[in-house]
Design a protein around this ligand. Structure first.
Ligand code: ADP
Ligand code: XUL
Length: 518
């Protein structure tokens, strides 16, 4: 019997998911919600600390504590970790972890009699990790683009223009604002490679899926670009572990995890990738043309591509797929669950009543529209601020519908650059369990929405990645096919809503333009 563990270190939680390759099913799923455990000790809300002025970060020691908690939980729930042949994972993309010279010996020398956090508290050269919600690096973005020869040049080299949340601009800001701490930094990891490093007890390589969210990777060679590194910060090449293929093991679990949690000696650690790249795999998208929607903290719409075809409109990102062959085109909307949650809380609702309000209101919302920028929006680029048209603040039901319709229309408008025909949408993420939300997306896109077996495709994709690393001889198609849900839930669009949304989307687009957004 072979089992594989996928760990998703996402914005709001750390999830562990175990698959059984003989039974071809998910046998365990457990999550540690950061706010439940760390609101006081690390001051997090929705998993992060919002410092104001676009600065959003998190103490990386929280993720360390969460790993012990998660593995304890899996054990307590009776899951035998000795049957896990390999572990891989996914992380919220772009966030960086800064390590000092004590990191390597501390990781290698972990002893099982103390928790990780008490042994690793001193390994950071920077006590806060900027996360993907940080938007404070506009100046660094422009500097990097200029040094490379302009936006087009960076786009051609890395597949992406400089985005505020990407790791390169964040690293440059750290180097500029805290040069002494940068000097003390021996390794810079991503959340993904950091969690993998904890498991392996050494600083492990990165893989192309998450490395492509840094503005530092040559997207064609799937290797660090010396030009991009030089444009970002001095001595960066010495501080970054190499990029290796996503499907190749990078180590075995450290004895700490064998003694404490019963992992088998020799259990493989495969490289961790980003949450969106792992969701691509978890949703079975290993062929070009398929499109998916993740309704997590952010909403992301992404497609599998043959070629790294960048967005000429500056709306999208190109990442390498962890299948080590294809690419991932992605549009990221900051105000996903963040905005739905804000509306839910504003009107004192739970998810059931939120869903009821959606069911009770008419598609098209009688023409009432909202631009729901509770936080500064990534696409279209816009400062924080809620704009309502024909919509009163006190109309609960209409506000609930307006926020979801806005998100669905925005995802339709701002995914055109991908050049793919969206004939169905696979969905994942916390809000994908909500049928009424899924129905709005199906109606607005005019295509069926397909719900998978788990709302955590990132952790599932990570577990599949672990399977692949252990069984290198297997092709990706056969791996994802063997785990295809036998009876996926499909939500069909209501054809009567087609003309409603064709009309409303024009008004929505006009409102975006008139609001000087983009
Ligand atoms: P992330 O991976 O970014 O941490 P998740 O994919 O775990 O996020 O999604 C978490 C979010 O899912 C929560 O913030 C919450 O707003 C949303 N969520 C959970 N259940 C529901 C539901 N039934 N309806 C709508 N949203 C939900
Ligand atoms: C993608 C992005 C977010 C994070 C958090 O570019 O910034 O989707 O990966 O989920």
């Amino acid at each position: 019997m072979a089992r594989y563990l996928g760990i998703d270190a996402s914005t709001q939680s750390l999830t562990g998911l175990i698959i059984d390759s003989d039974r071809r099913e998910i046998v365990a799923e457990a999550s540690i919600q950061y706010d439940d455990y760390f609101a006081d000790s690390y001051g997090v809300k929705n998993g992060v600390v919002d410092q104001g002025d676009g600065v959003v970060n998190c103490n990386p020691l929280m993720w360390v504590e969460a790993l012990d908690l998660l593995l304890n939980t899996l054990r307590r729930e009776g899951h035998d970790l000795s049957s896990v042949a390999a572990v891989s994972g996914s992380g919220q993309q772009h966030a960086t972890v800064y390590l000092n010279e004590d990191a390597l010996p501390a990781l290698a020398g972990l002893t099982p009699d103390k928790p990780l956090s008490s042994q690793l508290a001193g390994i950071f050269s920077h006590q806060s990790s900027p996360v993907w919600m940080d938007s404070s690096t506009t100046q660094q973005c422009r500097e990097i683009e200029t040094a490379i020869g302009g936006t087009e040049a960076l786009l051609k080299l890395t597949g992406n223009p400089a985005f505020e949340r990407f790791s390169g601009p964040q690293i440059r800001k750290f180097f500029q604002q805290e040069p002494k701490a940068y000097e003390r930094t021996t390794h810079i990891a991503l959340v993904s490679s950091f969690i993998a490093s904890l498991l392996a007890g050494s600083v492990v390589p990165l893989e192309p899926g998450d490395a492509s969210g840094t503005n530092l990777m040559d997207i064609h060679r799937r290797a660090w670009s010396e030009r991009a590194l030089a444009a970002t910060a001095p001595g960066l090449d010495e501080r970054l572990a190499p990029i290796v293929p996503s499907g190749r093991p990078v180590g075995v679990v450290h004895p700490y995890f064998i003694s404490r949690y019963g992992f088998a000696d020799g259990c493989i650690v495969a490289p961790f990738s980003g949450d969106n790249p792992c969701s691509l795999i978890g949703l079975g998208m290993v062929e070009p043309g398929q499109v998916a929607l993740s309704l997590g903290t952010s909403d992301t719409l992404f497609a599998c591509l043959n070629e790294p075809r960048p967005s000429s409109t500056g709306e999208g990102c190109i990442f390498a797929s962890p299948d080590d062959l294809h690419y991932l085109a992605l549009t990221c909307f900051m105000n996903g669950s963040l905005a739905r949650d804000a509306i839910r809380r504003q009107y004192g609702l739970n998810w059931a009543s939120f869903e009821d309000y959606l069911a009770q209101t008419n598609p098209g919302n009688e023409g009432k529209i909202m631009l729901p920028y509770f936080e500064p929006e990534i696409v279209p680029k816009a400062p924080a601020g809620i704009i309502r048209r024909g919509l009163g603040d006190t109309e609960i039901a209409a506000n609930v519908r307006a926020v979801v319709e806005a998100q669905a229309m925005s995802s339709r408008l701002h995914s055109k650059w991908m050049g793919v025909d969206i004939s169905s949408l696979y969905i994942t993420g916390g809000a994908s369990a909500n049928d009424e939300i899924a129905q709005v997306f199906a109606n607005v896109h005019g295509c069926p929405v397909i719900q998978g077996e788990t709302t955590n495709a990132a952790a599932f994709g990570a577990a599949l990645k672990a399977y692949k690393a252990h069984r290198q001889e297997l092709g990706w198609s056969s791996i994802v096919e063997s785990f295809q849900p036998s009876n996926p839930r499909r939500i069909d669009p209501d054809p009567a809503t087609r003309s409603v949304y064709d009309d409303l989307i024009n008004k929505f687009s006009e409102l975006e333009t008139r609001s000087n957004i983009g």
